[in-house]
Ligand binder design. Structure first.
Ligand code: F6P
Length: 364
């Protein structure tokens, strides 16, 4: 009897922990008697005429996968943008994805992706009966609805904390204010967590507008009270009256767009210089997407990889795996994408903690 086959792919921006998922899914699938293939270059790879893939085995899926960042299967960017460019309609994309799935002879498909990929899965893949799909949330931004945490977030925070520590040493030596711009897209989770854990004096996030005069006052007080330096952690999409990001809105909704957020760090540093304090801006950028995978992401990736295969074996499809109170649960993919992506709320414990320490976190 031929073995039933499960496919796995990684879609969207890379992060640490993806390889942990692939390894665990392979091991669990083997134990349950499935053959496992890795589909290269994400959903775009699946949509190609002859999807490139690799048969996963114990040599590939060894324990070094637990610590390595990136994806051994590579990742795609925006399938829909690509399809539009080459002139494919939504129905065309559905049929090419379905053709790819059939050509590979899949019994089930595990897609690891962030909010953009989940929308594509909900709109394109969940509508195809033949495709038995389980989704796993990954994103350093931690903005996927339904799950407390997504793969990659905790490593990104650790990497940011390490880099901010180096910057603090330099800020002290030169008696400067240093503004560290971190990623996060439309959510301030990385900034709030990394800022709090690094002892930042100012944390700016997109969820709460800041007052530039209050920022300057806080910086001034760091120098007046004898500290002699100041650390500001700023989310890439933070904005206020004095600084607005470019927007790309289609039919009133920000959808499938990947405008680059940039410039807020330098903008804040320039304002600080106006009050006679030397300031620099450091943008961490893609540094946060790599690094040795943290213990939490290794375990989270392993838990998700195992459960994805269990769900396929149990005949449950169209589900997103979520981590809630340290346990893997499932929600319908369709339900997860109904609401806007997750963002920081005022009662977030990290925001509250920062406020109680006198950190300026914007107009809350
Ligand atoms: O969504 C993850 C993320 O790293 C965001 O934090 C950031 O805004 C964006 O991707 C960067 O995308 P790209 O890799 O396309 O520059």
């Amino acid at each position: 009897m031929t073995q039933r086959r499960i496919g796995i792919l990684t879609s969207g921006g890379d992060c640490s922990g993806l390889n942990s998922v692939i390894r665990a899914a392979y091991i669990r699938a083997s134990l349950l008697g499935y053959e496992m293939i890795g589909i290269k270059r994400g959903l775009r790879g699946l949509a190609s005429a002859d999807p490139e893939h690799v048969l996963l085995d114990a040599a590939i899926c060894n324990e070094s996968m637990l610590s390595s960042a990136g994806s051994i299967l590579y990742s795609d960017t925006n399938l829909v943008a690509y399809a539009t460019r080459v002139g494919l309609s939504v129905n065309d994309i559905r049929s090419v994805l379905c053709a790819g799935y059939k050509k590979l002879g899949l019994h089930g498909l595990i897609c690891v992706g962030g909010d953009g990929s989940l929308q594509i899965m909900a709109e394109l893949l969940c509508a195809i009966d033949e495709i038995r799909l389980i989704a796993i949330p990954k994103t350093i931004d931690n903005d996927v609805n339904g799950t407390d945490v997504a793969i990659g977030f905790q490593t990104a925070v650790d990497v940011a904390i390490g880099a901010i520590g180096n910057v603090i040493d330099s800020a002290k030596s030169h008696e400067r204010a240093i503004v560290i711009e971190v990623m996060g897209r439309n959510a301030g989770f990385i900034a709030a967590r990394a800022g709090l854990a690094s002892g930042a004096h100012v944390i700016l996030v997109p969820e709460f507008r800041y007052d530039i005069n209050m920022v300057k006052e806080k910086v001034k007080s760091c120098f007046e009270n004898g500290r002699g330096y100041c650390i500001l952690v700023v989310a890439e999409s933070a904005e206020s009256e004095d600084f607005k990001h470019r927007r790309e809105i289609i039919d009133g909704v920000v959808k499938y767009t990947r405008i680059a957020y940039e410039g807020i760090g330098k903008h804040i540093a320039d304002h600080i210089k106006e009050i006679g304090i030397d300031a620099r801006a450091v943008t961490l950028g893609h540094v946060q997407r790599g690094g040795k995978t943290s213990a939490s992401d290794r375990i989270l990736g392993t838990a998700f990889g195992v459960e994805a295969v269990n769900q396929i074996a149990a005949g449950n499809y169209g589900k997103l795996l979520c981590y809630i109170n340290n346990r893997v649960e499932t929600v319908d993919i369709i339900d997860c994408v109904k609401n806007p992506t997750r963002s920081l709320s005022l009662d977030d414990p990290h925001v509250q903690l920062a406020k109680q320490l006198g950190v300026y976190v914007g107009e809350t």
